[in-house]
Design a protein around this ligand. Sequence first.
Ligand code: SAM
Length: 450
Amino acid sequence: MPSVYIKTYGCQMNERDSEAVAAQLVARGWSLAPSEATADAILLNTCSVRDFAEQKAVGKMQNLAAETRRARPGVVLGFLGCMAQSRGRELIDRLPDVDLVLGTQKFHHTADYLADLLAGRRTKIVDVADESGSEAAIREHLLNGNAKKSVSAFVSIMQGCNQYCTFCIVPYTRGGERSRTIPDIVAECRQLAAGGVREITLLGQIVTSYGRRELPVRDGKSAFVQLLEAVHEIDGLERIRFTSPHPKGYGDDLIEAYGRLPKLCAWAHLPLQSGSDRILKLMHRGDTREHYAGLIAKLRRVRPGIGLTTDIIVGFPGETEDDFEQTLALCREVRFDNAYLFKYSERRDTPAALMPDQVPQTVREDRNQRLLTVINDIGREKYNDYLGRTVRILVEGPSKTNPARLTGRTSCNKIVLLEGAPRHLGQVLDVKVTRTGSFTLYADPAIVNL
Ligand code: SAM
């Protein structure tokens, strides 16, 4: 039976899509190759959010074509996902060794297309068309063989985005918002819980927009809050998270849910993008710094100690030193636990790429460094505060960097490393923090309380 190697670039949605593709292939008798060196098919699941991510995937494919393909002419090479969607056939014109280009609504056809290519029935396949119902096609999981995934799983609840932020390529690569039904999502979550999964992260490009066209508000609760309640009912599930939301999606019903649903983790990833109202307007975010700060205050009132993380873009077209100072000031005021910082990257077909006053790369770099210093300093202080404290963690699996260690997370999304035993996997433990590192907490095995 053939084997496949899938390399994933980008966000959790992409990770989840890759997992569903892998599960689909395994169900059809494929094995998962430990590396590209022996795989019969090598698939790159791509990201288009920034130019750098696209360049990395293109560079990787050039290497595969030059080395792997020359050594093993029968190997199938494919691009999946966002860059495949936005560039389509152009990718094969540029890299003629590529056999398969599969868009974001087509992941569930991977096994059929690979079978055709391997059997020589077709030589090149490009499929980036829209497909109705594809939002419900990302549902198979690969729990066996990956301890971490068998404790914590991602569930894709919707596809697409209608926000059209002026910097963002996602509406063009993922299409408009399409949501799965609550019963369909709950059935998937229930199956995961029955298989031992303790934590589920609900995923969507703007997850808080879930079902807003399809499902009416009921008893003052949005479709997303109705879904949270339904998932909360599932026996065996300990924790629910979601990402990535939009600050606009945090209505009072969702804020109130943080106080009412104990399984809903004390963590919110709230993309800020900029602390300047002028820039937020140019970005078409539909948010203001006052609303954002008010939202943070409300969340902290309803869930004291809530973990708060964010995404920020520096060097958006027209961003002045004063605009940037406002971002720095808001970050100092909010005191995020962590932040993902992005230097603005021009994306083709997006309005911001054509805006005047593009910020020089050196200025983007400088602002990124200055903001990073602020975020790191605040993060260090916040993490140091945990020293000597007992925290409750869900033990997820072996640590990525040191498989002899276990990794767990607090409800507020702090990573905790400890030298526990395999029996701790999937358990909720109270552990004492003995050391803190860069955005990581360390707990002493001797004081694990079970
Ligand atoms: N749900 C998120 C939101 O509210 O905007 C979108 C998630 S997006 C896939 C991840 C992050 O990538 C964004 O929050 C943004 O900070 C960053 N990003 C998107 N487009 C970008 C661009 N053109 N240049 C730099 N960063 C970008």
